[in-house]
Design a protein around this ligand. Structure first.
Ligand code: NCD
Length: 318
């Protein structure tokens, strides 16, 4: 098991360390079920949430995770800053360093921003990537893996990976940092990944991806019989061109709806990282069905982020 100082990519964690993080998260979820949901573990440590891009659940989730571990939390929303990107990141980082941040959780619209921060020398503390452009979102991959493991293995999850689990990641793969991080972690944990999307929304360099590519969600459901269907949000804010004829057409061909839902195998899970475009990539029946793990993913996000902050900040003491 290789310990890491920063969590920048889902590819940073080897299998043993990933399973260790999921097992620690399991313990944290027990804390989250208690009446007093607090541990003294990170008392005296300062965690900064540095968000250059909009976020609801990820920011709140990291904030809650840090608070439940008794860390001091600073929320820095840098959106709207007029300084040029590079300078603003450097200046902000140096300010946070002067204030003694032990961990910086960063979300940024530029791919690679977390790596820049980690390798700049501006900050001594741990850096956690909470989403950088279209690149990666490693804690989302961890919480998705945690959710799958818990649904599939139940109370016997501890120590286990996701060997042989077939996951169909469907929709706007091209713009999705969630898809990229999930692919890396799912491969590490032994799962089989299928990407399903219109040709315009699949990555241009499939050889670099250890996933099988498909254009038809119907075929994947009927032939591949996936254990998990993970729907991705259509990210119109990152689209510079027209990638599909119309929203209606997209929903009809690539959306998860009640017709497709009933054709999934009995035990199949429906996942979505949120925020959902209901009626576009997923309909209300699918989003609210007992197979849907959408709200479990949100709840598990807090436990997983507690595990990440705890493990990075307490190092070998873990
Ligand atoms: C994702 C993100 O921001 O990358 N959402 C999230 O973190 N819960 C996915 C998305 O925005 O579609």
């Amino acid at each position: 098991m290789t310990h890491i100082k920063n969590l920048l990519s889902a590819g940073d964690v080897d299998r043993d360390f990933a399973i260790h993080l999921l097992d620690v998260a399991e313990g944290m979820s027990d804390v989250n079920d208690r009446e007093i949901k607090k541990l003294p573990t990170l008392r005296g440590k300062t965690v900064v949430n540095l968000f250059f891009e909009d976020s609801t659940r990820t920011r709140i989730s990291f904030e809650l995770a840090a608070k439940r571990l008794s860390a001091d939390v600073i929320n820095f929303s840098a959106k709207g800053s007029s300084v040029s990107k590079g300078e603003s990141l450097k200046d902000t980082a140096q300010t946070l360093e002067a204030m003694g941040a032990d961990a910086v959780v960063i979300r940024h619209h530029a791919s690679g921003a977390a790596n820049v921060l980690a390798h700049s020398g501006w900050i001594q503390g741990a850096i956690v990537n909470a989403g950088d452009g279209t690149h990666e979102h490693p804690t989302q991959a961890l919480l998705d893996a945690f959710t799958m493991r818990k649904r599939i293995h139940g109370n016997a999850s501890s120590g286990k990976g996701l060997d042989g689990v077939k996951v169909a990641i469907t929709g706007d793969v091209l713009h999705s940092r969630v898809a990229r991080s999930n692919l890396l972690l799912l491969n590490t944990l032994g799962a089989e990944v299928h990407f399903v999307a219109p040709p315009t929304l699949l990555p241009a360099n499939p050889a670099n991806f250890n996933a099988t590519l498909h254009y038809s969600l119907d075929q994947v459901i009927d032939i591949e019989k996936p254990d998990v269907v993970m729907m991705l949000r259509v990210q119109t804010e990152r689209m510079t061109a027209s990638y599909f004829p119309s929203e209606r057409e997209y929903a009809r061909i690539w959306g998860l709806n009640s017709d497709r839902l009933v054709r999934l195998k009995d035990t199949a899970l429906v996942m979505h990282p949120g925020p959902m475009n209901r009626g576009l990539e997923i309909d209300a029946v699918s989003a609210d069905s007992p197979r849907s793990t959408v709200l479990e993913q949100v709840a598990n996000g807090v436990s997983v982020r507690m595990a990440v902050l705890f493990t990075l900040l307490s190092g070998e003491r873990a």
